[in-house]
Write a protein that binds this ligand. Sequence first.
Ligand SMILES: *Cc1c(COP(=O)(O)O)cnc(C)c1O
Length: 377
Amino acid sequence: MRFRSRLVVDLNLFAENISQLRSHCSQNEILLMVKANAYGHGLVPIVKFSVEELKIKEFGCATLQEALTIREELKDLEFEVYVFSDVQLDVSDSAHLYLNRRITPVISSLRDLKWVLENKEFAHLPLSLKFNTGMNRLGLESYQVGDVISLLKANGRKTIHHLMSHFASASLFIQKNKQSQRQIEEFAKIKKELTAAGILFEKSSMSNSGAIEQDVGLEETHIRPGLMVYGPSSLIPKYKEKSWWQGKNISALDTYIIKTFPVEKGTPIGYGATPCPDNGIIAVIALGYGDGLSTNYQGATVHHKGFAGIICGKVNMDMAQVLFPSQAEEKLKEGDYIRIWGHDTADVIRLAEETGAITYELFCQLTNRVPRIYSFR
Ligand SMILES: *Cc1c(COP(=O)(O)O)cnc(C)c1O
């Protein structure tokens, strides 16, 4: 692990983001999405803080292993955890873990639903069902509602614990997006059919960050925020004014300057001998693609002491080179901390544009060579 290159996670900012979310969505319970290592911010510390300090009670993972990790590491805490996609109910070794560790699988197929209903051991498993309303990825199909109802009735079940669906295009302007509107109608129809058949659902949710930010789906009992609680808006920059969200980036990615040296335009730099685009001064920084600073960062901007540098030459596994203007020479010091992104979400949004990525990806791609350091109060 590194020391001076690190992701500093400011839990006060996380708490502020959650409180902003709660005051805007005062009628909704939060099912916090913590898949992919809490979007790169550290699964266990984020869940622990959320339960202990913020009284969040429900979490969403993508894999059974993620859910097991928080159950095992946070044995004394009371919370509910869902596994959304990589459920693996049909793997006999994993199925019993749902029961033993109180993990709720989100059922997305008739096959899994049958399996659970017909397996006596699972008679008390809370049923969480996810319907496909237009995402066309996972989910029970809306034309299968009748089958779902018959299956539930045949097995003496009248209650769905949590009924869900998922938006495909919440990063766009939902009010003007036909596909999202169709998804909303489909979900309403599914709920109506279930209700008409006497099936109750205790909880329901549809909205990910993009939808929450546009006040869509707040009539359900729950919201399922991911990206926004870590800082950035989920809306694409073109629609950013459609969002009320004013989150702070909870993380800052810091590294330091290992070495500086002056260069002339054309000097071959690093692997592949990329000619330096200009005269200036090079700062070698201690982050590379082995840390999650992908090769797409070539050409991206790094600000330091009022100067803008450009990542030039190929990003290496362990290092990258930043070209600063010659005037920065006096100011750049070996050993200086240098910030790749800070708490203003504009930083990661700009980097996503410059690297052709999405902010989700910039967070998730950080490897465990970058220590996560937590600050609170
Ligand atoms: C990831 C995920 C979310 C959260 O999505 P964001 O865009 O990060 O808010 C919500 N629901 C489900 C099922 C998810 O997989």
